[in-house]
Design a protein around this ligand. Sequence first.
Ligand code: GLU
Length: 254
Amino acid sequence: MRIVIKLGTSTLAHSTGLLNIKRVEHLCKVVSDLKNAGHEIVMVSSGAIGMGLGKLGYVDRPDDIPTKQAAAAIGQCELMYVYDKLFSEYNHTVAQILMTGAYVTIEDYGKNLNNTLYRLLELGVIPIINENDTVTTDEIVIGDNDTLGAIIAKTVKADLLVLLSDIDGLYTGDPNTNPDAKRIDVVEEVTEEIESLAKGKGTVLGTGGMITKLNAAKMMMDCGIEMVIANGKNPDILYDIIEGGGICTRFVRR
Ligand code: GLU
């Protein structure tokens, strides 16, 4: 299977913004094992801004763009350093790709990206993609990595997009405040009713939330790619998801 795995900041970092070493080590081990089993993996990794802010000692996300862009420049280095180091332990090679919306709107950029991604997969490499937050402006911003994950899944014609976050899936209410909220196992269509379940933003250090995940789901369903929202706190869940199970919400292929 060709699988795109999107990792949210909440999966990669503690609430301090600093790296969740235990989890990221576990994640790289599972992804390496899946690769060894013959799957092709592309990762879309958030965490640059969150980790940069953590390194700089910020507790809250600042509003000003230059600080966020500086944090992204700092955190992206750390992210790739960690991935390179951990995947090397299992003999896997990673490649960094930093994207902007220009790759979606400008045909030649898109073609180059395509060629690079396919070549990396042929070479057996794990591409690790993030938005190039240091240079993005309003005109070229993609804005969140759920959308970026969907764009990449479409580009590589993936079989499956997995969005790993800090929630087990889509709920009928907010599970943190409503004990009756139930997780929805399978979604066959993103109806208005389903959309009305997605409210609010993601975590303090991240960007996404359920709205961006449902938008990604719509994109995936339109192009016949299955998508899963699951909790990244135990990366072993990836084994179950690939086999069609696991505690998650699955947006089935139409
Ligand atoms: N590109 C952002 C980062 O690396 C994350 C965006 C998102 O999580 O949606 O911090």
